[in-house]
Write a protein that binds this ligand. Structure first.
Ligand SMILES: [Zn+2]
Length: 399
């Protein structure tokens, strides 16, 4: 009798755990991850996949051709670590000073390898192709965008018809619970850069200078007023001025003063309006005080938006594969950002979260992703791999 996906995945678990821990011990940051790439290539060796590597980044794209004709779907795993000094004390803790897999992307690497192994075993049943996306540079480098530019979505010869990704969390969800929602799953994250220029002078004689500091402070407050007065409370905007700088000493008025804000939105409409409104406000406040201003709205990752049909399909797949109690509808999006959003913009997608909180920690208080103490329980890898495989098989079967 053919084993079920869950049974096959359980057999793979020790190998996936070993791969995950090897990647965890040697974390790499950014777009260039040669060691991680080599580990992925070694793990895919001999599976009969069409493997290619990136030009501008150390990505791996692998294509599995099913035994029957059909369209192509994409499964994604990001591979990069963070500039964090690990304090977990684990036997397989990072051996690289100042680098740690604090966001669990090491589990994503192993999970996607596991999905590839499971699907290769079922190649004859597959009605179409599966593209495996091993991606560097999720943390701020936009690796997904570069992979798309290098032909990722057409790697199988035709553009993929759907894409799926899973992100593990060290807190928030109990271990093994999967959560997702239709529509916005994560925010767009943009940066507003503002410098106001006046004329410096002696702090005792501000009338003889043109002080940029009070005007800059006024703009910071005006942005908070903008959030409540110019945006729908049900399509929220988060504005945080996290960096502000002006002057050197108490009695000298500086020539200029500057701030930077992160701006999070959950719809393309709110994002467009946030750009327009923030620029108008800071320019207007500067003009009101006779200052020159340099204001730039830098668009970073877009909204990670789940397609309604694909999100419903993914939720159904979780319930069927893992059981009713293992799916938890996600009440609202997360305000973090994710560059899988570039894939979601192009292809109907579903991006879900998988709890990897260990049983001895409370998900509500466990150190969360990006913490130097974050701990991801890799026993969830079998379920993660089986889920990705089930999404690909199910989607191709319904094509
Ligand atoms: Zn992450």
């Amino acid at each position: 009798m053919t084993p079920t996906l869950a049974e096959s995945a359980a057999l793979l678990l020790p190998e996936l755990v070993a791969l995950r821990r090897s990647v965890h011990e040697e974390p790499e940051i950014g777009l260039d991850l040669p060691l991680t790439q080599a580990k992925v290539l070694a793990a895919l060796e001999g599976l009969g996949l069409e493997v290619s590597v990136g030009e501008k980044l150390s990505s791996v794209t692998a294509v599995l051709r099913g035994g029957r004709p059909g369209p192509a779907v994409l499964l994604r795993g990001d591979m990069d670590a963070l500039p964090v000094q690990e304090t977990s004390g684990l036997a397989f803790a990072s051996r690289v000073a100042g680098a740690m897999h604090a966001c669990g992307h090491d589990l994503h690497v192993a999970g996607l390898v596991g999905a590839a192994r499971l699907l290769v075993e079922r190649r004859e049943e597959l009605a179409g192709s599966v593209v495996f996306m091993f991606q560097p540079g999720e943390e701020g480098c936009g690796g997904a965008k570069i992979m798309i530019d290098e032909g990722l979505l057409e790697a199988a010869g035709t553009e993929v018809v759907a894409a799926y990704g899973i992100h593990v969390t060290s807190g928030l969800l109990p271990g093994g619970v999967v959560s997702g929602r239709p529509g916005a799953a994560m925010a767009a994250a943009d940066t507003l850069h503002v410098t106001m220029r006046g004329r410096g002078g002696h702090g005792s004689a501000p009338h003889a200078a043109l002080d940029p500091v009070p005007a800059l402070c006024e703009a910071v407050i005006a942005l908070q007023t903008m959030v409540t007065r110019r945006f729908d409370a049900f399509d929220p905007v988060v504005v945080t001025v996290g960096h502000i700088h002006g002057g050197t000493i108490n009695n000298v008025i500086p020539d200029d003063a500057a701030f930077e804000a992160t701006i999070r939105t959950f719809s393309a409409e709110a994002r467009d309006r946030a750009e327009e409104e923030t620029l108008r406000i800071v320019r207007g406040v500067a003009a009101a005080h006779g200052l020159e201003v340099e204001a730039r709205y830098e668009r970073l990752y877009p909204v990670t938006r789940n397609d309604e049909t694909e999100a419903a399909f993914a939720a159904r797949t979780v319930r069927e594969l893992l059981g009713e109690e293992r799916f938890r509808p996600m009440p609202q999006p997360l305000a973090g950002a994710e560059d899988f959003s570039y894939v979601c913009e192009r292809v109907p997608s579903a991006y879900f979260f998988l709890g990897a909180c260990p049983p001895d920690r409370d998900p509500a208080t466990a150190p969360y992703n990006h913490s130097p103490e974050a701990f991801f329980d890799d026993s969830v890898l079998a379920d993660g791999a089986a889920l990705l495989a089930a999404l690909a098989m199910g989607r191709l079967a319904r094509a």
